[in-house]
Write a protein that binds this ligand. Structure first.
Ligand code: SAM
Ligand code: SF4
Length: 456
């Protein structure tokens, strides 16, 4: 017998109320939320998402930057500027010295975590090159001892053996996006090894088998109906939890962006209102997962998304290999100029880290450069056990304050220092546990006196 789905407003409001218990939602519940057009209920969905974000992730927003290492790629993904048939795109594969210079640049901008990006090329971007790049990045330090403390990796789906090698290098999160969960669309948009839907959808299982337990998923919005993708992301998260013993550490929500070498036009463009709905519904449906937003989105929309559920954001990203040092682009020849290499796609938030930090402060949030969980072994199941009951907060608030204080000392200008200092005081007083507040106060003092890398 066919089940009758109750889409009356009262039932949808009940689902939203259930979501506020932070236990997640069933797929049936999610199907009702994605199809809801009632503006009053949508506003309830947004309020619920903001409340959950606040209760689980608090006021912090973790910042990172992508580091594009090589844009050589054997795949022909219709939506990506690096696709192999884009003959006009001149490619670069960074040497280890160049990778070190890129890391130095990011350190100098205040970053502590990066997301490595590679095209798929088994010969040029083989696993040994990728592993060496990770070692190189971890080895770079500035004169104050600042370094990249967490290297997350976004490489094409690969073998258990290769994932084991990544694990041995001490990576943070392994991220891989399904792009679209709709098989026929997936198969029509990809050519090359990535065209195997099977290889892509089972990648996290192999990564888990190799011992990686911080895993990120995502969908590229615009390729297929966003409602389907949101339901599939939630189902993927639930399956991971049931079958791998650990749900996704992060969910990314990239939205298609144009680039000069892409003819593809998204068949299912997602408007801003729906994009915010996507973030809010994911926040409610998978409350323990971090949600990642990139500089593909423009600043005002990012600010709104930060309130609704995003917990990590990239800042001052450049999606060209060698772009942070502005190495002359192979497509420009020496000296640069017209026809500048935009990289993988046009980004919309081009502000420097300092400006992003200022706007985060203006929104009442704390910019965090924290990498403590993974370095204290709070990964996978251990992380989930803290995140689910909202206890991750206990570590995150002090750690966010400590890493932001470091940022202010090393990279803040006068105004930012005083504004940031005030915010640190405010949130310090919000730490309820007296012992923890006192310990944080002591560590903050030590940081002002030159100590670095203090965390709980
Ligand atoms: N090459 C690997 C792969 O495809 O899995 C590594 C990741 S690729 C460098 C990073 C991600 O960028 C892709 O997974 C895709 O979702 C996203 N992307 C590609 N083209 C894009 C575009 N035109 N607009 C927005 N995001 C795009
Ligand atoms: Fe290559 Fe990844 Fe771009 Fe596809 S999305 S063309 S695999 S870099």
């Amino acid at each position: 017998m066919r089940k009758i789905i109750d889409n009356r407003p009262a039932n949808i409001r009940e689902i939203v109320a259930k979501g506020c218990l932070k236990k997640g939602l069933s797929l049936e519940d999610v199907s009702l939320l994605v199809n809801c057009e009632d503006s009053g209920i949508i506003s309830d969905i947004f309020s619920a998402a903001a409340k959950i974000k606040q209760e689980i992730y608090g006021e912090r927003l973790v910042l990172f930057a992508p580091l594009y290492v090589s844009d050589y790629c054997v795949n022909d993904c219709a939506y990506c500027n690096f696709h192999v048939s884009n003959a006009g795109h001149k490619r670069r594969r960074l040497s280890q010295d160049e990778i070190a210079s890129e890391a130095a640049c990011l350190i100098n901008m205040g970053h502590k975590r990066v997301l490595l990006e590679f095209g798929e090329d088994p010969k040029l971007n083989d696993i040994d090159y990728i592993c060496e790049a990770i070692r190189t990045i971890y080895s770079v330090k500035d004169e104050h001892g600042n370094k990249i403390r967490r290297v997350n990796v976004n490489i094409a789906a690969t073998t258990v053996e290769n994932y084991r090698k990544l694990k041995e290098e001490g990576i943070g999160t392994y991220q891989l996006f399904q792009e679209t969960y709709h098989r026929l669309t997936y198969e029509s948009l990809h050519k090359g090894p990535k065209a195997s839907y099977e290889r892509q959808i089972t990648a996290h299982n192999r990564a888990r088998e190799a011992g990686l337990d911080d895993l990120g998923i995502g969908a590229l919005f615009g390729l297929y109906d966003w409602k389907f993708e949101v339901m599939a992301l939630v189902e993927h998260a639930q399956k991971m939890e049931a079958e791998l013993g650990v749900g996704p550490h992060t969910i990314s929500v990239p939205r298609f962006r144009p680039a000069p070498g892409i003819k593809y036009q998204p068949k299912y463009p997602v408007n801003d209102a729906d994009f915010l709905k996507i973030i809010a519904i994911l926040r409610i449906a998978v409350p323990y997962a971090g949600i990642i937003l990139s500089t593909r989105e423009e600043p005002a929309l990012r600010s709104r998304a930060f309130q609704l559920g995003v917990s990590q954001a990239s800042a001052a990203s450049i999606c060209v290999p060698g772009g942070y040092n502005n190495f002359p682009s192979p497509s420009m020849g020496e000296g640069g100029g017209e026809g500048d290499n935009v990289g993988q796609f046009y980004i919309q938030d081009t502000r420097p880290v300092g400006d992003v930090v200022k706007s985060i402060l203006a929104d009442g949030l704390i910019p965090s450069f924290c990498t403590a969980c993974y370095r204290s072994g709070r990964t996978g199941e251990d992380f989930m056990n803290l995140a689910k009951p909202g206890r991750i907060h206990e570590f995150c608030r002090p750690n966010a304050l400590l890493t932001f204080a470091e940022y202010l000392e090393d990279f803040g200008d006068g105004d930012l220092k005083s504004e940031g200092g005030e915010l640190i005081e405010k949130y310090l007083n919000d730490i309820n546990d007296d012992a923890l507040r006192n310990k944080t106060t002591i560590k903050l003092k030590e940081i002002r006196n030159g100590a670095r890398d203090l965390f709980f």
